[in-house]
Design a protein around this ligand. Structure first.
Ligand SMILES: Cc1cc2nc3c(=O)[nH]c(=O)nc-3n(C[C@H](O)[C@H](O)[C@H](O)COP(=O)(O)OP(=O)(O)OC[C@H]3O[C@@H](n4cnc5c(N)ncnc54)[C@H](O)[C@@H]3O)c2cc1C
Length: 503
């Protein structure tokens, strides 16, 4: 196994896509599960902190080490597509944690399959996606990474290995959860931990350990942000590729119309899903761009209608024979919510779909360019609120931005009431103001029964907000759970809760 302590080779692992920076003594690159096991055992015995690194696209500092060593998963890229063995059996992919999402998606497509989770960061590792329970635009229809994981192999802090298959082990009524392991000496043992007593909000949510009465043991590790073990093998289910995808970018003259359209289209999509009727209107995503986002990309996309102050990008899967009918239905809905029919963009092929995706992704790229130009860093939110509070939250955001004299724009997953508000400070003074406002907005989202993190996780940057969300008792319970599986607290120190709680 390659190990390095050369500063130039450590440097790339000391940050992620947030602006959080750390330090480390060295980086190890295991190629096999055995090497992961041996290195973990060594760290466990020396009580050496170890931070697992995926591709580093995280936005919370989760993979950034505060001390000790980094274990980088880049040398574990095995990828095996396994078509269904027989009728009723799922088609699957068995992959190493260092496989990039784009490679899994391409391999699945090459075999006529489809892997639904689609975080925008297609360079990220699937191991990182599991550890953050990543989601993306298609989460509205297909759910998040968790919903597609059939089996995981995880090496715990002391080097013992657990293999968890969905549907086999569940939490007891007392909250006790059994984790069967094979120790380094080859003995089979059970480890036990107790689930924290907090309740997660019933919305898209990815902050803190996943906890649910009677939950599947595999779900504890999904979204645990590298604090409970190192994921060494992942089995995901694959779906058949949809026959056809219709893509639309629909423009509105105000956000209220985009919101009423989204609400009705979501309700119809949910109905279609519940009745398992593929011939009904059903978008798999509702990606929103507000006026500020549209203004930011207008120069690159001059065909954005001049009067447009909001846009929704949606994708409908359909059979070729229902395409015309489906188009008519969407047209009726666009018109009902005052989206001018002469203005919307439509594509029915892969090339057009990619063009629209690029349009949506241009917004964060322009945000990045703006911030580089002003020498400032991004202040971006990941909170979500229950649907009944969405408009009030948006009004609050707009009012407070205006009162503070700050520029902000929002884009993201409207169906999940989960927009990423990007505050764009022009100078250091505005930057400090933006962070104060960020805290205030998170508090407001919590007041509305929301979550501090809907998809990016907590990492090291939001530990204070996690405490604000769940309270001190819950944080201690999370730390106790971790200590049951990682007694010296070596894994992912400083992520989810302060290091001091692990003493
Ligand atoms: C431009 C951009 C767009 C993004 N869009 C989305 C989006 O649409 N949806 C979304 O959910 N997120 C998004 N993200 C956030 C990020 O891409 C995801 O959190 C992603 O899952 C991180 O994967 P990674 O491989 O980069 O992990 P890293 O950032 O390297 O690590 C993230 C966490 O995973 C842990 N980890 C990594 N590998 C393992 C392993 N094998 N075992 C145990 N723990 C491990 C790390 O310790 C760390 O806690 C975006 C980020 C960027 C920069």
């Amino acid at each position: 196994m390659k190990r390095t302590q050369a500063p130039a080779e450590i440097e790339p692992f000391l940050s992620d896509a947030s602006n959080f920076h750390g330090r480390a003594e060295g980086v190890a690159f295991p190629e096999t599960e055995k090497e992961v096991t041996e290195f973990l055992r060594e760290c466990h015995e020396r009580k050496m902190p170890l931070t697992v690194s995926g591709y580093g696209t995280g936005l919370t500092g989760a993979r950034v080490p505060l001390s000790g060593w980094v274990m980088a998963m880049h040398a574990m890229p095995a990828l095996d597509i396994r078509p269904a063995a027989g009728p009723g059996a799922p088609s699957r992919a068995v992959i190493g944690p260092g496989v990039q999402l784009k490679d899994l998606q391409a391999a699945a497509t090459g075999h006529g399959f489809f892997y639904p989770p689609d975080p925008t960061s297609i360079l990220s590792f699937v191991g990182g996606n599991v550890a953050t329970n990543a989601s993306g635009s298609r989460a509205f229809k297909y759910g998040v990474t968790r919903d597609h994981i059939l089996r995981l192999r995880v090496v715990l802090a002391d080097g013992s290995v657990t293999e968890l298959r969905r549907g086999e082990i569940f939490a007891e009524a007392s909250g006790r959860l059994r984790i069967p392991v094979k120790t380094r000496q080859g003995a089979l043992e059970d480890r036990f931990c107790f689930l924290p007593s907090y309740h997660a909000p019933a919305i898209k949510h990815s902050a803190g350990y996943y906890v649910k009465p009677g939950m599947d043991a595999i779900d504890l590790f999904i979204g645990s942000e590298g604090t409970l073990g190192v994921v060494t093998e992942i089995e995901v289910n694959l779906l058949p590729l949809p026959a056809k995808i219709l893509s639309f970018v629909v423009f509105f003259s105000c956000e209220a119309d985009a919101w009423s359209f989204t609400q009705e289209a979501c309700a119809r999509s949910r109905h279609a899903r519940a009745s398992r009727n593929d011939a009904l209107m059903q978008s798999r995503s509702f990606e929103y761009l507000d006026a500020g986002s549209l203004d930011l990309v207008r120069s690159k996309y001059p065909d954005i209608p001049a009067a447009a102050r909001a846009a929704v990008y949606l994708e409908q899967e359909c059979q070729p024979e229902t395409e015309d009918w489906m188009l008519d239905q969407w047209n009726i809905l666009f018109e009902k919510h005052r989206a001018p029919l002469e203005d919307f963009w439509f594509a029915e092929d892969e090339e057009g779909q990619q063009r629209f995706k690029a349009f949506r992704h241009q917004v964060p790229l322009e945000v990045k360019a703006l911030l580089i130009a002003s020498g400032q860093t991004k202040v971006g939110t990941d909170y979500a609120v229950p649907e009944r509070h969405f408009q009030a939250m948006r009004e609050y955001e707009r009012r407070r931005l205006e009162e503070e004299g700050l520029r902000g724009l929002a884009f993201g997953h409207m169906a999940d009431c989960h927009l990423h508000l990007n505050i764009l400070p022009a100078n250091a003074e505005e930057h400090a103001k933006a962070w104060r406002l960020y805290g205030e907005l998170l508090a407001k989202a919590l007041e509305f029964g929301g979550t501090i993190a809907a998809e990016h996780g907590v990492g090291k940057m939001k530990t204070g907000f996690l405490r604000q969300m769940f309270g001190e008792k819950a944080i201690r319970e999370m730390a106790d759970l971790k200590k049951a599986l990682d007694p010296h607290g070596i894994l992912g120190r400083g992520t989810l809760f302060p290091e001091t709680l692990l003493a």
